[in-house]
Design a protein around this ligand. Sequence first.
Ligand code: PLP
Length: 304
Amino acid sequence: LLRSNLVRLVAVSAASNVTGALTDIHLVARLAHQYGAEIFVDASQLVAHRPIIRKSKNDPEHIDFLAFSGHKMYAPFGLGVLVANKSCFKEGWPDVAGGGTISMIDGNDVIWSDLPARESGGTPNYPGVISLAVAATQIKQFGYEQIKAHEHELTTMFRNTVASIEGITVYRQLENMNHDHLAIFPFSAKDYHHALVGAFLGTEKAIGVRTGHLCQFSLVSKFTAVTQISKEVLKSELNRGLKHNMFGVVRASCGLGNTAADIVLLSEALTELIAKGPRATYLQNTDGDYLAVGWEPDTTSFHF
Ligand SMILES: Cc1ncc(COP(=O)(O)O)c(C=O)c1O
């Protein structure tokens, strides 16, 4: 495709939100530039875990555009970052035309403000920006080398505990890894529906995981066929708003807040699920979610 010289922008994720695999973004950048394209990197999954070096414009491995969401690096929701050369923002209309972006209007004639006001329509999200700066500073102070070492420790713990449970299938490489991965673990448990595993872990064990297609339909559909129906039947169900047979995985995504002890708790919970099944009764709704019926948490086991 690149050789056709018709591609203007190559967009790539810096890290997989399903497997934690890292993309060699500088290799992709070199290839894109070789064929006259630019590169956009979605760094949402990477920014809190590994350093990102943009490199100078003269370097064929430089990154032209980079974006990430603040909430992926421990800042509040509602703020994202787009990194690009200033020249990109100087032509055409601003992304959001509003208060502060305009120097003057005369009939249909608009004189836009200079940057950065030109791209800052409306009242800025001050608390978001300040929190993001604090989060970035703290991650830097903590140190990416330490974060990487911590994630490798969690990965080793996952491999030695959860991954060795009979009935657990892990959908990523954990052994003989030649490439660095984030501490993200997609798996399924026996023939339990992914949403039931998530509901069990959340309701009975206070362990938060994400379940489902993880917005990676093609990859996740290849991983798991927990619901043994054809894609045609599934599509027809989804067209009627019935999501209960949707394919998916369970994903444990670890970060700075997790310890090796958390992985052990996850492993114990999954061992119990596979051996005895859930304690609560769960009913699935048409959205595919499982909800516990009449479940009262055992508050005596919580210590505040
Ligand atoms: C790689 C990647 N890009 C983008 C997003 C979406 O970010 P946002 O929640 O800000 O829309 C996600 C969210 O999970 C993600 O994993």
